[in-house]
Design a protein. Structure first.
Length: 401
């Protein structure tokens, strides 16, 4: 096999050279197939490794790719070859013992040097890098991400890279989109958000790498990263990526591609309660030719209203708040002591009393729980409304010239 980043660069160069002959939306299809196979193969690998170790350096340079069908093992692009892609994880040089990393007694995560390619770091890594472990402890969702989900996040970023790289290069070279395959511009928005993310973090990586490779003074670079508020920028950039993925998923005519996009968004969500195995199951198996944005508008519904409905549905999907869909989040594991921000925890002490058999006590408890449920439901609806307004505002800003 060859390193995935090298293979992607070769494919990107070939795609840019052949841009007049192939639409960039064709590369989206092949990218979805590759991303699905990446998750279906490396997801179980990382899940099996997790009881022993965290890899901490999952990225396209540390993934090998080959073909299951070619004689020399080289994976070609196009003509359905992506269905034969085989991925292998390598380089465990920065791996740590997952038990000592997360245990309350040792808490190795607090004292172990940060590692890995910063282009694949979640916001929690940038928080530790810029401000230290104490800063992270005050932010429960990001602290949990740093302790348990570093590899999961990095796998998600790698999947987005695989999905978008060739399509973005082809589009930048002047290739058109296929006829009717991106009527709402959602796939274009995904490519734009990936380009912004990749260019931003690559500039930071280059600054850090230049100092360490030359043995220079890192303090000015560190001060610069703190000054530009790198952790907050990553939070915003990754949030845009998740929203773009879920918007594409909402408008996608192929159910398997839609589930794949939602799964990738879930990988990059610091508030996710899904385990890696559950996310890989959500991603599903490979299918034939994937549909893109074949959105059918109900008769009598104006296009502007339907577009707004699509955006708001995507917002709910991004936060995991839709009542129906291809997959529902399971209850968090015992160690996951937080829920999604939109979820409201029950009132402390609302447990079944010892005398539960007593009808009067049971009835009293039932009334209290019903009151609590009504209050929580009202708060959830308010949060949904607020989230929808924010998402709509973001979309309107993105459409400004």
């Amino acid at each position: 096999g060859e390193q995935l980043d090298g293979w992607l660069q070769r494919i990107v160069n070939a795609a840019a050279a052949s841009s007049p002959n192939k639409s960039w939306s064709d590369h989206i299809r092949s990218g979805c197939t590759l991303a699905r196979r990446l998750l279906s193969q490396l997801g179980p690998t990382l899940d099996s490794l997790a009881p022993l170790a965290w890899h901490r350096d999952v990225n396209s340079h540390n993934v090998l790719v080959c073909s299951e069908s070619s004689k020399d093992g080289t994976l070609s692009a196009g003509d359905g070859e992506e269905e034969h892609a085989s991925f292998w994880l390598c380089d465990l040089g920065l791996a740590v013992d997952s038990q000592s990393w997360t245990s309350n007694e040792e808490s190795a995560w607090r004292v172990t040097d940060i590692g890995g390619d910063c282009r694949y770091w979640p916001a929690s890594c940038w928080m530790v890098h810029c401000f230290g472990a104490e800063y992270l402890e005050e932010r429960p969702y990001f602290c949990k991400q740093y302790k348990y989900r570093l590899d999961i996040h990095a796998l998600g970023i790698t999947a987005i890279e695989v999905l978008c790289s060739a399509a973005l290069a082809t589009r930048s070279a002047g290739a058109p989109c296929g006829d009717g395959e991106d009527p709402k511009g959602s796939w274009s928005w995904l490519l734009d958000t990936w380009q912004q993310y990749h260019e931003t973090v690559s500039a930071w990586w280059q600054a850090i790498y230049s100092v360490f490779s030359s043995g220079g003074d890192f303090r000015p670079v560190h001060a610069w990263l703190v000054e530009i508020e790198a952790p907050d920028k990553v939070i915003s950039l990754v949030s845009d990526l998740r929203l773009a993925l879920c918007t594409c998923a909402t408008g996608c005519s192929d159910p398997q591609t839609s589930r794949l996009l939602r799964a990738i968004a879930e990988l990059c969500d610091e508030a996710s309660t899904l385990e890696l195995a559950e996310i890989c199951k959500l991603a599903g198996a490979s299918s034939g030719k994937s549909g893109l944005l074949d959105i059918k508008r109900p008769s009598g519904l104006p296009e502007q209203e339907q577009q707004q409905k699509t955006i708001l549905d995507a917002a709910d999907a991004a936060a995991g708040s839709q009542d129906s869909g291809p997959s529902k989040a399971k209850a968090p594991p015992a160690e996951a002591d937080e829920q999604r921000p939109a979820d409201i925890a029950p009132t402390p002490g609302a447990t079944l009393p010892d005398g539960a058999a007593d009808g009067e006590a049971s009835q009293s408890l039932k009334l209290k729980l019903e009151e609590e449920l009504a209050r929580c439901s009202q708060e959830v609806e308010q949060l949904k409304l607020h989230r929808s307004r924010v998402v709509l505002a973001q979309m309107m800003v993105c459409q400004l010239p």
